[in-house]
Write a protein that binds this ligand. Structure first.
Ligand code: HSE
Length: 436
């Protein structure tokens, strides 16, 4: 049987998981592709460290160049993360005619256009299923399974750490900071947890999903990004009382005047399946104009779950090794010369409904003043609730759900509301999506 040799750059959680899954399922994988996949070498900063996998048959090196320049290796799997040296090593591997598999979402979001072009120039594949939503085969679904569709929108829970934090805040009433510390202790969070909680990690993934959906080059700078660090247990509870859950969503939408790419906390009706995706699980809803609404659910991180996506890419590449040129699926699912830029809507021009929480002095006329300002700005109210002050003299909480409104109109209205004498704290505002 033909042997395909793999070189791993990085032997951490996902690298170790990849070795373990290949050992566990190697026989079935060989039957699928009629060749044997062998991890022949791996690079790591410290090759003396104990690993989650057996490395007896793997040549270990601290120098990743040894691997990308090894003529016997056909597929490089980059699992180091970060921009450099990962980018230079991938470029070197592609120039050497090697196929590359990566889980590096930041690298694809920021440099994917250049890297895909380089792969095409060298007639090799750069595959990246593991970069988005861990083990969920969402790239394959978007590029192949949904290829008959014009994608209208997609919305995803694409950061497990953020979802874990929001779930714990809801279930246990815990404060944001306490759950973040727990997520770090459990090893879910990125090395820099700001990437998780401020939405940067989700924005990397959303940027790639938007390009897959709309056939446009990657444009990370145009993703609007807002994290979950300002979400309070109070808002989680009030949202529940109104029949909503707060989820940190990445949303890409084809709107009339351009494409929306945004990552932010969002109220969604609790009856939607995605509203019930809890803990570190990920899910992506994709609305195609032929198929309708589809949902993809699964683990967004973890050694073997992410290895499942890495190995699926290796399997695809093995199947293509002897295929005629031009028979491979293009990197972003559209012929590379048919990708085109689309205008991106700035967040001020996006239209959504809103959850507002206003902390108000409990005196006559306040509610009338607030509703008048909303009406004067053309903002219709869907629901309103007032929570009495917890003690005498404290502020009351006014919760308002608005109908859809252009964001800049809402900002104007809130500036006017916040200038009322009876309002002495900034309003809380969270976007609402029906996801229908
Ligand atoms: N930190 C990421 C998450 C890991 O929590 O989803 C997977 O990309």
């Amino acid at each position: 049987m033909k042997v395909v040799k793999i070189g791993l750059l990085g032997l951490g959680t996902v690298g170790g998981g990849t070795v373990n899954v290949l050992a566990k399922n190697g026989e079935d994988i060989s039957r699928r592709i009629d060749c044997q996949v062998i991890v022949s070498s791996a690079s790591a900063r410290d090759i003396t460290r104990s690993r989650i996998c057996n490395t007896d048959d793997i040549e270990l090196t601290t120098n990743p160049q040894d691997i990308v320049n090894d003529p016997d290796i056909q597929i490089i799997v980059e699992l180091m993360g970060g921009e450099e040296p990962a980018k230079s090593l991938i470029l070197q591997a592609l120039a050497n005619g090697k196929h590359v598999v990566t889980a590096n979402k930041a690298l694809i979001a920021n440099h994917g256009n250049e890297l895909f072009a380089e792969a095409a120039n060298n007639k090799v594949t750069l595959a990246y299923e593991a970069a988005i939503a861990g083990g969920i085969p969402i790239v394959k679904a978007m590029r192949e399974g949904l290829s008959a569709n014009s994608i209208e929108w997609l919305a995803g829970i694409i950061n497990g750490t953020g979802n874990f934090i929001l779930t714990e805040m809801r279930d246990k009433g815990s404060a944001f900071e306490d759950v973040l510390a727990q997520a770090q202790a459990l090893g879910y969070a990125e090395a820099d947890p700001e990437y998780d909680v401020e939405g940067i990690d989700a924005a990397h993934k959303l940027c790639i999903l938007a390009s897959l959906a709309f056939g446009m080059p990657l444009n990370f700078e145009h993703v609007y990004t807002e994290g979950i660090s300002k979400i309070t247990p109070l808002d989680v509870t009030y949202a529940e009382e109104l029949g909503y859950r707060i989820k940190h969503l990445g949303i890409a939408k084809r709107a009339e005047k351009g494409v929306e790419m945004r990552v932010h906390p969002t109220l969604i009706p609790e009856k939607r399946l995605i509203a019930n995706v809890d803990g570190v699980m990920n899910a992506v809803v994709v609305k195609g104009n032929a198929v309708g609404t589809t949902l993809y659910y699964g683990p967004g991180a973890g050694a073997e779950a992410t290895a499942s996506a890495v190995i699926a890419d290796i399997v695809d590449i093995c199947r293509q090794l002897d295929a005629p040129l031009g028979s491979t699926v293009p990197a972003l699912g559209f012929a590379s010369d048919k990708l085109y830029e689309r205008p991106t809507l700035s967040i001020e021009d996006v239209t959504t409904a809103y959850y507002l929480r206003l902390s108000v002095e409990d005196k006559p006329g306040v509610m009338a003043a607030i509703t008048k300002i909303l009406a004067d700005n053309g903002i219709s109210i869907e629901a309103v609730q007032q929570k009495e002050p917890e003690q005498h003299g404290a502020n009351a909480q006014v919760i308002i759900l608005t109908d859809s409104v252009v964001e800049k109109s809402l900002i104007t209205a809130l500036e006017q509301i916040e200038s009322l004498d009876s309002i002495n704290q900034p309003a809380v505002r969270i976007r609402v999506e029906s996801l229908q």
